[in-house]
Design a protein around this ligand. Structure first.
Ligand SMILES: [Zn+2]
Length: 107
């Protein structure tokens, strides 16, 4: 299971996803204003940095390949958290049973 196949639409707040043992809790749905004024709904996630364990927040849009795994201090542009030699990242849903229930009010 990848992030993209698990979260086809935005999750509901309260959704918890396990990314290779790192938990991400969706705390709310927010809007990101793009250059040009278009608004894009994004999920805001709370997690703990894969490097230092500090709590941090990150956002994903529906087209995302997955959330950032590290806090602002430890985020290196484009560097992935080591997960062994070419091992695919294992994404698993903790709760609820169906994260892709439509969020009518934002779509
Ligand atoms: Zn960190």
């Amino acid at each position: 299971m990848t992030w993209r196949t698990l979260l086809v639409t935005l999750p509901e707040p309260g959704t918890v996803v396990d990314v290779d043992g790192q938990l991400f809790s969706c705390i709310k749905i927010d809007e990101l204003r793009k250059a040009g004024g278009a608004k894009v709904p994004v999920a805001v996630w709370r997690s703990k940095c894969a490097e230092c364990g500090a709590e941090f927040f990150t956002r994903t849009a529906t087209s995302s390949n997955g959330p950032s795994r590290r806090c602002r201090r430890h985020r290196h542009g484009g560097a992935h958290v080591a997960s062994g030699p070419s091992r695919p990242v294992n994404v698993r849903l903790i709760s609820p049973a169906n994260p892709n229930r439509q969020l009518e009010k934002i779509q």
